[in-house]
Design a binder for this molecule. Structure first.
Ligand code: AHR
Length: 610
């Protein structure tokens, strides 16, 4: 018997209860959410010559070559261009540079790409340059051209639109070609972009991925989170000032946390816009002087990172009359972003010294509180030197049973200490061929989440991690959303996040369960009287349950029931994206009814009460 005391509430459920951590891992940004489909657009990746992801393409007997070239650079930030040298290239012949994208280039019918690149040419080049997206076999899906190249660098823009009959495919390439221009010419290219469909006109957020994130109704985005904030060495931390402003002025950096080049075309403003466009608030992570190789910034060198963090907070929240607020406005976003939480560092328990407690946290804490007393500070490990408003707990386990045991982790926990953010969690049971987890893992996470909500007075929020993964190249075994160049899918864990995020009230109501059923549950209600009863059944049997709703003047005769169930070892994939997805039905309800919670399921019953 499950009793839901709808007439009483225990604790409020805050606006941050469910959120996302976002970092560039598994090509989440570079080749993922960043909608530029051109890889190695600034020719720096791996310092390869010719630039990696680029190849010479010829046709009709044309000939030529491509190479990396540092002579006559675009600017100080981007000094390596692609040089296309045209050999034989008469009428009907083709010589160009092809980019293979991020494991292909996604094509769909009637789809437009905003193309931009910088180019210059040898004197007398008459052009034009032909720009195409075409299959790897050469079938052209979209074509356009630009003209007017001179000997100095200029920015060129055009659009490419695929035909109505273009196939849904990723085996495509992006080509810039000098067709039939005559022999002996040279063309240089740099900062090449082809921006595919975006969620909103601003932000460059790949439409399908941002849609999936938004559909979970998140309250916060922890940005930029994880190891990506730190980098393996100081030079490769998330140096936010290098990630704002015109993309051609961004030097990029080696993402040595996860092993690939980042152009930083997805910069701080994009992270903030991700939160904004999802209807959420950013939770800002600031670099705190510790990197993944174990190097600790000495105390007498820390001030520069304190200043960097203060400037960053000003960029996020400052009015346009402030130095960095004005920069944000110049970057296209005059309105300040809301900000309530700032996290100092990431997983600083890996620092074997006491530096976080001794001076790194205190220096940042004191400076931030002095200038922004309204901000809540999140510590990444316990400190005694200063107060902790919030502490960030992380939980990963590849065993669903062990993970589900965390469901009671915060029941009875100390209420006199800091609040808790569960900044990262997840069951890590992905495979070598599928970087997303099983339904069984998702149900264990759901069980844990019932505990987070029951303890919402202590746990301000939680984020499954990581959020995004390329299915063609990943560094973390289990992720929420998988994608390739053209498609994406949510894992069972994704649907658990969505069910919790869209099926929760603003206060917890007490529940009791009798009968030794093995269910895990939480109930919440809105001020309008909607009651959400969330029940996780991790067992292999249906559990027939008497649901009694007490304390309400009336309980509506119909309930909406959303259920996620299936093979506990099942998972979703690019080729089978909906193997395990929730279904929504209605059923009869009232103050007392029987519900059969299916084996291996999570169920949200939405009741109406007065
Ligand atoms: O989420 C993947 C990684 O796990 C994060 O980058 C890091 O904070 C944690 O160790």
């Amino acid at each position: 018997t499950l009793t839901v005391d709808a007439g009483h509430t225990t604790t409020a459920v805050g606006p941050y209860q469910f959120g996302h951590i976002i970092e560039d891992i598994n090509h989440s940004m570079e080749g993922g959410l960043n909608a530029n489909v051109v890889r190695n657009s600034t020719m720096k990746e791996g310092n390869a010559n010719p630039p990696s992801s680029w190849s010479l393409i010829t046709g009709g007997g044309g000939s030529g070559g491509i190479a990396a070239d540092t002579a006559g650079p675009l600017n100080a930030a981007n000094q390596r261009a692609l040089r296309l040298t045209v050999g034989t290239n008469g009428a009907g012949q083709r010589v160009g540079a092809a980019n293979s994208g991020f494991y292909g280039i996604g094509v769909r019918p009637s789809t437009t790409y905003q193309v931009a690149f910088w180019a210059r040419a040898t004197a007398g080049f008459t052009g034009p340059l032909t720009v195409t997206i075409e299959s790897t076999g050469g079938t052209v899906h979209a074509t356009s051209s630009v003209s007017g190249l001179g000997t100095g660098w200029q920015k060129f823009t055009t659009t490419l639109t695929t035909g109505a009959g273009a196939p849904v495919s990723s085996a495509n390439r992006f080509v810039v070609a000098a067709n039939g221009v005559g022999a002996g010419q040279q063309v240089w290219l740099n900062v090449v972009q082809a921006i595919g469909p975006t969620f909103q006109p601003t932000g460059n957020l790949r439409r399908d991925l941002q849609q999936l994130m938004t559909d979970t109704n998140p309250g916060f985005f922890r940005v930029p989170g994880g190891n990506y904030l730190e980098g393996a060495v100081i030079a490769n931390r998330f140096a936010w000032k290098n990630t704002i402003g015109p993309v051609e002025q961004r030097p990029g950096h080696q993402n040595d946390a996860w092993g690939y080049w980042s152009t930083d075309q997805f910069g701080l403003l994009n992270y903030l816009q991700m939160a904004e466009q999802a209807g959420a608030e950013p939770m800002l992570g600031v670099f705190a002087g510790y990197t993944l190789n174990g190097s600790v910034t000495p105390q007498n060198e820390m001030q520069q990172y304190v200043d960097e963090a203060l400037d960053e907070i000003e960029y996020v929240t400052g009015g346009t009359g402030t130095t960095w607020g004005a920069r944000r406005a110049a970057d296209g976003h005059p309105a300040p972003f809301p900000l309530r939480y700032v996290e100092i560092g990431n997983e600083d328990w890996f620092d074997g010294t006491d530096s976080y407690n001794a001076y790194r946290y205190p220096m940042l804490y004191d400076a931030i509180k002095a200038r922004y007393p309204q901000l809540q500070i999140i510590a990444t490990r316990a400190v005694t030197s200063r107060p902790m408003d919030v502490i960030d707990d992380h939980y990963y386990n590849n065993d669903p049973d062990a993970f589900a045991a965390l469901a009671t982790r915060y029941d009875g926990a100390d209420r006199n200490g800091p609040k808790v953010l569960v900044g990262e969690y997840g069951v890590t049971n992905g495979t070598s061929s599928n970087p997303t987890g099983t339904l069984s893992g998702a149900l264990a996470e759901a069980a844990f989440m019932t505990g987070m909500v029951r303890n919402a007075d202590l746990v301000i929020g939680g984020a499954y991690a990581p959020a995004l993964t390329s299915v063609d190249n990943w560094q973390w075994s289990s992720n929420l959303i998988g994608f390739n160049a053209v498609s994406s899918f949510g894992s069972p864990s994704y649907y658990v996040q969505k069910m919790f995020g869209t099926g929760v009230g603003d206060h917890v109501v007490p529940t009791t369960l009798s009968g030794g059923t093995g269910l895990t549950q939480v109930a919440t209600r809105t001020t309008g009287g909607a009651v959400y009863v969330t029940v996780v059944n991790r067992s292999a049997s249906t559990v027939d349950t008497q649901v009694n709703v007490t304390g309400a003047a009336s309980v509506g005769g119909t309930a909406t029931v959303t259920t996620l169930t299936g093979d506990p070892n099942g998972r979703n994939s690019i080729t089978s994206p909906t193997a395990i997805v929730p279904t929504t039905t209605t059923r009869g309800a009232g103050a007392s009814f029987t519900h059969n919670f299916p084996a291996n399921s999570v169920t949200v019953i939405q009741l109406s009460t007065t």
